[in-house]
Structures are given as C-alpha cells and as structure tokens.
Design a protein around this ligand. Structure first.
Ligand code: UD1
Ligand code: MG
Length: 449
C-alpha cells in the first residue's frame, strides 16, 4: 500500500515570541519540521506535501535543502487543520493509497507508531493516533469504545463529561487519500473556534458507515512545541533519548549527560565519546573511533580507529580516514585526512587533502583564504610538515617531502624534496652573555642612583 505524507506547518506559533517560524526552531540542532519529515520517511512515502503559511518562504527553503522532492503548498489564511489539509488536495489529485497527516511542531513520533497506524488501516477506514494524557488540558478528546472511535470533540466544544475523558487526540491521522478528501469536503466551521476541524472527519466517516479506530502511543511521542519553555523541555527529553539509544547501541559515553547530540548523529558500536562533546548536524562516527573530551563536531565523518581531541573542532566536510589522529586545539574544515595521518597540536587544516601517514607538526596552518577566494592545499603520502609551517594555498607538497619548521610555503614542493622557507639563522658566539651582562649592569646602576 503506497503512502503520501502531509505535514501541517502553517501556524504562526505566536507563543514562541519569535520572528522565526515555530517549525524552524531547532531541536537537536535540527529544525522541528525536519523531525516530522524524517519520522515520516520510514513509511517510504510516494509524495510528501508540506503546508506552509507563516514564514512560508523560510520554511520552504529549509525543506528544499533537506529534500527537493517535497512539494510545498501555501495556506494563506489559517482557517483550521481541515482547511490546511485541503490545501494539499490538488497536489495529491489522483494519487492512490493512503495519506498520513503529521504536524510540523510535533517532533517525537516514532517510526514504530506510524507503522502501527498503517497496519491498523487493514481494520479501519480512518485511523487516529491517541494517547492517555496525564493532564488532558486543551487537547481534543477521543470518544471511543475500545479501539473503535466514534468521534473527536475539541476541548472548546466539549461537555463536562467529554472533558473528563483522558484519551486525547495527537493530531496524527491516516486514511485512504480519496476518502480523506471526500470527508474533508464535508467539514464545516460551525463550532466554538469557527475553524475547519480535521477532527470532524471521524464523525463524518461514521455517518457514512465507515469505521474509525484509535492507535495508542505514549504521551511523550505526541509532545507538541508551543513555547520556548516547551522547546527547552523537549531538548532535554531529546538529549536523554539520544544518550539512551547510543548506550543501547554499544557506544561508550564516559559521562552521558554531558554529551549533546543532533537529530542525525550516528555513532557506531564501540565508539567511545568522552566528557563534554557536542555533535552538530551531519556527524558519523564509525565503530571503534574515539572522540575525546571537549570536542565539537559537525558535518563530518570519523572512521574506525581514529582519535579526535581532546579539544578538537571538526567542521563541515572534515573526512577522517581510519586511524587518523586529530589532537588538541586542531580545527579541520572541508578536508580529507587520509589513513594514519596525524595533526596533533594547534593546527588549522581547511580546504585540504592530507595524504596517508602524513604528519603535520604543531601549529601548522593551511592559509586557505586570500580575503576573497578559498584555495586548496594538497599534502602527499608520508610528508612531514615541520612545526609552525604556513602553507599558503593553492599549494602542493609532494609525497615523502620534508618541510623545515617555521616555513612559509608559497610554491609547490616536489615528492621527496626538503623545503625551507624562513630566515637563515645567525649565531654570534658569546654575544648573548655580553648583552645580558650589560643590561644587568644598567639595572644595578639605576637601583643605586
Ligand atoms: C489540534 C487538534 C486537537 C489535538 C491537538 C494535538 C484539530 C481541530 N484539533 O488542536 O484535537 O488534540 O491538535 O496537538 O485538529 N495548522 C495549520 N493551519 C491551520 C491550523 C493549524 O497548518 O489553519 C497546523 C499548526 O501549525 C500545527 C497543527 O496544524 O502544526 C495543529 O494546529 P493547532 O492550532 O496547534 O491545533 P490545536 O488547537 O492544538
Ligand atoms: Mg497545538
């Protein structure tokens, strides 16, 4: 059965008190709306439609950067959740299979839950995701007999008896595409909010002799973000979940509560992550690699056996092959570091290719930026770069070449050559002591007079 996804992301989120659209606020270094999108991907959707409104252009840009097959439709006026889904009608015209509706501000829905909903479609025409709320607050209430759903009543429209129901609507629904849009066409806005409620499709389905059912999930999964406080709480929860998952997957975390993950952080089995490490988006650390304390990684790949840090910074495009060493106070950006190469102390390596087993001494810098353009540095296999060398790109150092410490290298160095680019040393025998004696004598004369 094929599935399409509709993600509702048009709301203003006024309670965030922000110029940034709510669904672009980050959770685990990833905009909220991408959490919903990535969760929905497990269903292998044929079409994905995101309904945008407030800040629509900005939301569309983030979505396009993630996946250019996603279609964006605009809901100019926010007249309710049914009206929002209605905006996707044309984009899904004639498409077969089911539609799953997700909210852009509800980031914790699990893959297994969406799969359970899809499975429940074998039994029910309309499937709604519900949860037992500790505090049902203003959620829509599910009027159900066991798993059979009769209708959903919004808090504002509910009687005291209905408000006493603790089984609540998460907002996630699943139905056949044609059925869903038929039902939505019949939804009116004669209710306390004057909105077109998507939730009305349940009662409409039942009137037509169709069946509706509820799939239950843990309340934590349906947590929606409406305020900065909720976002901060969600971040805490998200980090706790990522740490637990890493530990379950066989990662060593020396102090789990000090390690911060992004939504897509991947750590292989037997990877070791020490204290106070921060992962930004797009990091893969393979099995058996070690990230030592106080390191910051984003958009990079660390292969087996590599050791990073302590105090290292890997920026986007850092590609570390097996057994690489990146040591303290080293920054790597957009650079391929080949197998067994070492950059152990106080270096900047940007826009570079470092050959296998090359060694960059302390304080080596690739001078990649001329103020306008970026240039590349290439270092061959087994080359040895002396400490405090400035490599002024574009420049190439050949395999097995040797660069004298303190050099400023501005032109290419052939394979196996020695290059020195610095002032020649002058040594004057005895002069050091004579100078010091003169200075000390001057100080003694000053103290007397
Ligand atoms: C909705 C449900 C309620 C459920 C709750 C769960 C309806 C009528 N009510 O209520 O049963 O318990 O979610 O959180 O569906 N949106 C649009 N366009 C609109 C309106 C909303 O895109 O015109 C988007 C919002 O940006 C948000 C989502 O739909 O992502 C839900 O809208 P919201 O206004 O928060 O609905 P609730 O009143 O919370
Ligand atoms: Mg809401």
């Amino acid at each position: 059965m094929s599935v399409s996804l509709i993600i509702l992301a048009a709301g203003q989120g006024s309670r965030m008190q922000s110029d940034l659209p709510k669904v672009l606020h980050p959770l685990g270094a990833t905009p909220l709306v991408l959490h919903a999108l990535r969760a929905g991907r497990v269903l292998d959707p044929e079409h994905v439609i995101v309904v945008v409104g407030h800040g629509g252009a900005a939301v569309a840009k983030v979505i396009a950067a993630e996946d250019d097959r996603v279609q964006i439709v605009t809901q100019t006026e926010q007249l309710g959740t049914a009206h929002a889904v209605e905006q996707a009608r044309a984009a899904l015209d004639g498409v077969g299979g089911d539609v799953v509706v997700l909210y852009g501000d509800t980031p914790f829905i699990r893959a297994e839950t969406l799969q359970a909903m899809q499975a429940a479609r074998a039994v029910h025409d309309v499937v709604v995701l519900g949860f037992e709320a500790a505090d049902p607050g203003r959620y829509g209430r599910l009027v159900a007999q066991g798993d059979a759903l009769e209708r959903i009543v919004e808090f504002k429209d509910a009687t005291a008896a209905e408000r006493a129901i603790s089984l609540c609507n998460s907002g996630v629904i699943c139905a056949d595409r044609a059925t869903l849009f038929d039902l939505i066409a019949a939804v009116g806005n004669d209710n306390a909010a004057g909105e077109y409620y998507l939730t009305d499709i349940v009662a409409l389905a039942r009137e037509r002799g169709l069946s509706a059912g509820v799939v239950r999930c843990d309340e934590a999964e349906t947590l929606g973000i409406n305020t900065r406080t909720e976002l901060a709480e969600a971040e805490t929860r998200f980090q706790a979940r990522m740490r637990a998952e890493a530990l379950e997957n066989g990662v060593t975390l020396s102090a789990p509560e000090t390690v911060y993950f992004a939504q897509d952080t991947y750590l292989g089995r037997d990877a070791v992550v020490e204290q106070f490490v921060v992962f930004g988006p797009g990091v893969t650390v393979e099995s058996g690699a070690t990230v030592r304390a106080f390191s910051h990684l984003e958009g990079c790949h660390v292969s087996r056996g590599a050791v990073v840090g302590p105090y290292a910074r890997l920026r986007p495009g850092a590609e570390l092959a097996e057994d690489v060493r990146i040591g303290n106070f080293v920054e790597v950006k957009n650079a391929q570091i080949d197998e067994g190469a070492k950059v152990n102390h106080l270096s900047y390596v940007g826009d570079a290719t470092i050959g296998p087993r090359a060694n960059l001494g302390a304080g080596t810098v690739t001078c990649n930026y001329d103020g306008v353009f970026k240039h590349r540095t290439e270092i061959g296999e087994g080359a040895f770069i002396g400490s405090s060398t400035m490599l002024v790109a574009p420049v190439r150092v050949g395999a097995q070449a040797l660069i004298g410490s303190g050099s400023v290298i501005t032109s290419d160095v052939p394979d196996e050559a020695l290059a020195l680019g610095r002032g020649r040393q002058e040594t004057k025998p005895g002069l050091g002591k004579r100078l010091m004696d003169r200075l000390r004598a001057a100080k003694a004369a000053q103290a007397k007079g």
